[in-house]
Design a protein around this ligand. Structure first.
Ligand code: COA
Length: 164
C-alpha cells in the first residue's frame, strides 16, 4: 500500500531515483533544509511494506504575474498562487498511478489552503514536454502551446472535482 506522509528524515532518501538527477538531488540535499525553514512543504509517497520512498512532491506559496492583456489595467497584477515546486516518482514505480495520487493529495491541500488564505491559482514549471503533458492531463493548461509553465485556477480545481 502507498502512504502519503509529511516529510520525515527517517526514510532512505539516498536510494530515490526518478531518472532526473536534479529531482533526486533536491530530495537528498535540499528538502530537509527547506522543510526546516518553512520554505517548502514536502510529502513523501512511501511503500508501507518496504518503507521505500517511491515519490514525493513539494509546494510553496507564490505570486504569479498575469500575462499583460492589451486594453486592461492588469499590468503588474500579481495573483496569489500555490506552486508545485517539485514532483517525482521513482523510475521503477512510474506509470502505476503514484504521480496521480500525489497530485490528488496536492489538490486537496491547495483547496484547504484556499479556504483559509487568498489563493487564485495553482502553478507548475514543468521540467520538460512529457511532464507538461502529464500536468495537462491533470487539468492544468498553458497560455502558449510551447510553454512549460502551466496553471489551473482554484475555481477550475473546485469545479473539476479532482480533489475527491
Ligand atoms: C511525471 C511523473 C511524476 C508521472 O508520475 P507517474 O506515477 O508515472 O504517473 P501516473 O502513473 O499517475 O500517470 C498518470 C497519467 O499521466 C500519463 N503520464 C505519466 N507520465 C507522462 C509523461 N511523461 N508524458 C505524458 N503522459 C504521462 C500516464 O500515461 C497516465 O495517463 P492515463 O491517466 O491516461 O493512464 C513521473 O513520470 C516522473 O517522476 N517523471 C520524472 C520526473 C518528472 O518529470 N517530474 C515532473 C517534474 S515538473
Amino acid at each position: 500500500m502507498i502512504l502519503i506522509i509529511p516529510f520525515a528524515r527517517t526514510y532512505d532518501r539516498a536510494a530515490f531515483d526518478c531518472g532526473v538527477p536534479s529531482l533526486n538531488d533536491w530530495l537528498k540535499f535540499q528538502a530537509g533544509q527547506k522543510e526546516r525553514r518553512g520554505n517548502t512543504r514536502t510529502f513523501l509517497a512511501v511503500e508501507s511494506d518496504s518503507n521505500e520512498i517511491v515519490g514525493y512532491y513539494a509546494s510553496l506559496a507564490a505570486n504569479v504575474e498575469l500575462p499583460v492583456r492589451e486594453g486592461t489595467s492588469l499590468r503588474g497584477y500579481l495573483q496569489p498562487a500555490i506552486r508545485l515546486a517539485r514532483l517525482a516518482v521513482s523510475s521503477n514505480a512510474q506509470g502505476k498511478g503514484i504521480g496521480s495520487l500525489l497530485m490528488r493529495h496536492f489538490f486537496v491541500l491547495a483547496l484547504e489552503v484556499a479556504d483559509r488564505v487568498g489563493v487564485e491559482l495553482i502553478v507548475v514549471d514543468a521540467v520538460d514536454d512529457g511532464a507538461r503533458d502529464f500536468y495537462v492531463r491533470q487539468g492544468f493548461s498553458s497560455s502558449e502551446p510551447a510553454s512549460l509553465f502551466v496553471a489551473m485556477s482554484i475555481s477550475t480545481l473546485r469545479s473539476i472535482g479532482k480533489h475527491v
